[in-house]
Design a protein around this ligand. Structure first.
Ligand code: PLP
Length: 453
């Protein structure tokens, strides 16, 4: 293999020739940003340009870049025991499972995989099998929300409520149904946020009843819809969803892939709402994305239902070669220690408030329809008209993002293209960002927006 060194032209031409990028239109691959190194909240590309990563990669580098301790944890574990399958066990997995219980604040049994999608796939299979094991043989359906994203594999994509991601891959897995999310910004005129949230929660119960209570296995949701445009529910929504699930024997799966590990200003997103999910899925911030690892945490009594092996089909027939790799687990443990030692959960809350206060001042700008935050996640919804709330044209969203990037700031664009709501700019910098980093985000974004948009 020829070394590319710092020859950026050669790297670009080889990238174009050999590399297939994730979800990126071919036109946007031109020219690709090729990262070379990173430290703290900053990335340096192969030409030496520096960018503040206002999205922590894909909402995942929670402790920031360049953590030597994480590299050492993985390195030491690779030398000691690089691999052993979790058909049996190893010490880093046991220690991490115990630590996750502490973080969750409740008794869960942990199943490891590699990615958020896989954590959700495991959750779906567990939910269906659990219902079978307790004699609920018809319960196979899942209810999710439109605009929610749960992953790219066929089951997780089926749970996803963003049509444009699915078009060319259908038919997907059967049994996944969707209801409207509690998008309070677009609630009907004359309705309070609370009334609207209760109505949205009610649509879940209505669907359970229309579909046949005895056919529904679980509801899956993020505490706050992140990638679908930062849709923050009112407390009454999650209270009511939990009540509905319990009333009808439907499991509640909480997708904490983005909201977990301090991002929400609490250890997990659902802690903000005091709900107790039956299953919690997590990935990204678990290792701050330094190595692949995900987990599906299952309430103890659900796990107990898998102990009856009288017909040899009682156990969970699911295997994942790489899931719970010892080096990933050792690194994850160190990552959680860093979050604790540096009080990054509290810091996320503090920095999130700073971003929210600064961006709320932008509500006077003609394009800014709404500003929504949840911990260190902020979404700015851009509209053409504040009364009709018509989303701005995608070219405006892309133009603002490109201008931010030209000034050294990477921000995100989220929502749902088909529904026309791909108009939410997102900010989710590392939880370890310095005060100066956050001021840079604020100043840069404000100067871009007030500079002619
Ligand atoms: N769930 C949520 C809420 C996500 O945002 C994502 C990825 O962005 C996933 C699941 C899928 O995770 P992965 O890309 O690791 O498969």
């Amino acid at each position: 293999m020829q070394s590319l060194g710092n020859d950026s032209e050669l790297a670009v031409s080889k990238d174009r020739k050999y590399l297939w990028h994730n979800i990126t239109p071919y036109s946007e691959k031109n020219p690709p940003m090729i990262a070379a190194s990173a430290s703290g909240s900053w990335i340096t590309d192969i030409q030496g340009n520096r960018f503040l990563d206002g999205m922590s990669g894909l909402w995942c580098v929670n402790v920031g870049y360049g953590r030597k301790e994480l590299a050492e944890a993985a390195y030491n574990q690779l030398l000691t025991l690089p691999y052993f399958p979790l058909t049996q066990s190893h010490l880093p997995a046991i220690a991490l499972a115990e630590k996750l219980n502490e973080w969750l604040g409740d008794e869960y049994v942990i199943f490891f995989s590699n990615s958020g999608s896989e954590a959700n796939e495991a959750a779906f299979k567990m939910a269906r099998q659990y219902q079978q094991q307790i004699g609920q043989h018809y319960r196979h359906k899942f209810i999710a929300r439109y605009r929610g994203y749960h992953g790219s594999s066929l089951g997780a994509l089926s749970a996803t409520g963003q049509a444009q991601r699915k078009y060319k891959y259908e038919p997907l897995a059967g049994g996944f149904l969707h209801v409207a999310p509690p998008d309070s910004y677009r609630r009907p005129v004359g309705m309070t946020v609370e009334e609207f949230n209760l109505q949205c929660a009610q649509s879940i119960e209505d669907m359970i009843i229309w579909e046949g209570v005895e056919t529904v296995a679980a509801v899956i949701m993020e505490p706050v819809i992140t990638g679908g445009g930062v849709i923050v529910p009112h407390q009454v929504y999650l209270d009511r969803v939990q009540e509905i699930c319990r009333k009808h024997g439907v499991l509640l799966i909480m997708d904490e892939v983005i909201c977990g590990f301090g991002r929400s200003g609490r250890k997990f997103g659902h802690h903000n709402f005091n709900v107790k999910p039956d299953i919690v899925t997590m990935a990204k911030g678990l290792t701050s994305a330094y190595l692949p690892l995900s987990a599906t945490a299952v309430r103890k009594d659900i796990y107990e239902a898998f102990k009856d092996n009288s017909d040899d089909y009682g156990h969970f027939r699911h295997v994942n070669t790489f899931g719970g790799n010892p080096a990933s687990c050792a690194l994850a443990l160190r990552n959680l220690e860093i979050i604790e030692q540096e009080k990054l959960v509290e810091r996320a809350e503090l920095l999130g408030k700073r971003l929210n206060t600064a961006f709320t001042e932008l509500l006077d700008h003609k394009l800014v329809g709404d500003v929504r935050s949840f911990g260190l996640v902020t979404g700015i919804e851009l509209v053409e008209d504040k009364v009709s709330k018509k989303p701005v044209d995608l070219s405006i969203v892309k133009g603002i993002i490109a201008e931010c990037k030209s000034k050294g700031l990477i921000i995100g664009k989220n929502g749902d293209t088909v529904a026309g709501f791909n108009n939410v700019l997102t900010f989710a910098p590392p939880l370890s960002s310095t005060d100066e980093d956050v001021e840079f985000i604020i100043d840069t974004f404000k100067s871009v927006l007030s500079g002619g948009w």
